[in-house]
Write a protein that binds this ligand. Structure first.
Ligand SMILES: [Mg+2]
Length: 234
């Protein structure tokens, strides 16, 4: 690998995949399994890690702070089971986002590019969401960083860099690394890791909202394969 090497860290929800609401439903189910009660409302999950989402729901349910932490791991455990049981439903209601598959395939054909995920999802759920839409072929999940590694997304870039080095023997300077996401939290974690960030307006936030955050690049979607691939190789 020459100086042209690139590590691409893909967010999943809102960037590569729309889970069709199933990704949100499974939190309700998992919390009900553990606490016997469903959250009374939905939170905006965009950019949050799964552990953060669980803690927010426990706070919404007014579970005392000293009790709440003991519920986090069991809820997360149910979350993986619940999503595994909802793959068919996710395939019916969800989709790969426009351009995602063609772009992943294009970059996977480039030996200078290593692409994996940086996601708030638990590792098994990241694999399920990508696999539901056939995107796992193009992504080296082993070197990814997940919500199951750390509930704080801002700590995930160094984890992916470390895995790329130890598992694949590939070292990347910050200037060789892109985070691609759909939310302010994706930009925050890129900045925390000192790497570049492309934001795409295929999640909750609009193009103008994302542009106002001044990421290194912003696009409406991933459909212009050649242009986005060139950007990520730049
Ligand atoms: Mg996202």
């Amino acid at each position: 690998m020459g100086a042209g090497g690139r590590l691409i860290l893909w967010d999943i929800d809102g960037t590569l995949v729309d889970s069709g609401g199933v990704g949100a439903d499974v939190f309700d189910l998992s919390i009900e399994q553990v606490l016997g009660v469903r959250p009374p409302a939905r939170i905006h999950m965009s950019g949050m890690t799964d552990p953060q989402i669980v803690r927010r729901y426990l706070a919404m349910l007014e579970v005392a702070e000293e009790e709440a932490e003991a519920h986090v791991a069991p809820v997360l455990g149910h979350l993986a089971t619940a999503l595994a049981g909802a793959v068919d439903e996710m395939q019916r209601h969800g989709r790969a986002l426009p351009g995602a598959e063609a772009l992943l395939r294009e970059l996977a054909g480039d030996d200078d590019v290593l692409q994996t995920v940086l996601t708030g999802n638990l590792a098994p759920n990241a694999a399920l969401k990508l696999g539901a839409f056939g995107l796992q072929h193009w992504i080296d999940l082993e070197v990814g960083a997940f919500g199951s590694d750390d509930g704080d997304r801002n700590r995930l870039v160094p984890i992916a860099l470390e895995r790329a080095a130890t598992i694949r023997g590939r070292r990347f300077a910050p200037s060789q690394v892109w985070v691609v996401g759909d939310s302010a939290a994706d930009l925050d974690c890129a900045r925390a890791g000192g790497v570049r960030c492309l934001l795409v307006a295929t999640g909750r936030a609009t193009y103008d909202e994302l542009g106002a955050l001044e990421p290194d690049a912003v696009r409406h979607d991933l459909t212009d394969t050649a242009a986005v691939a060139a950007l990520l190789r730049s």
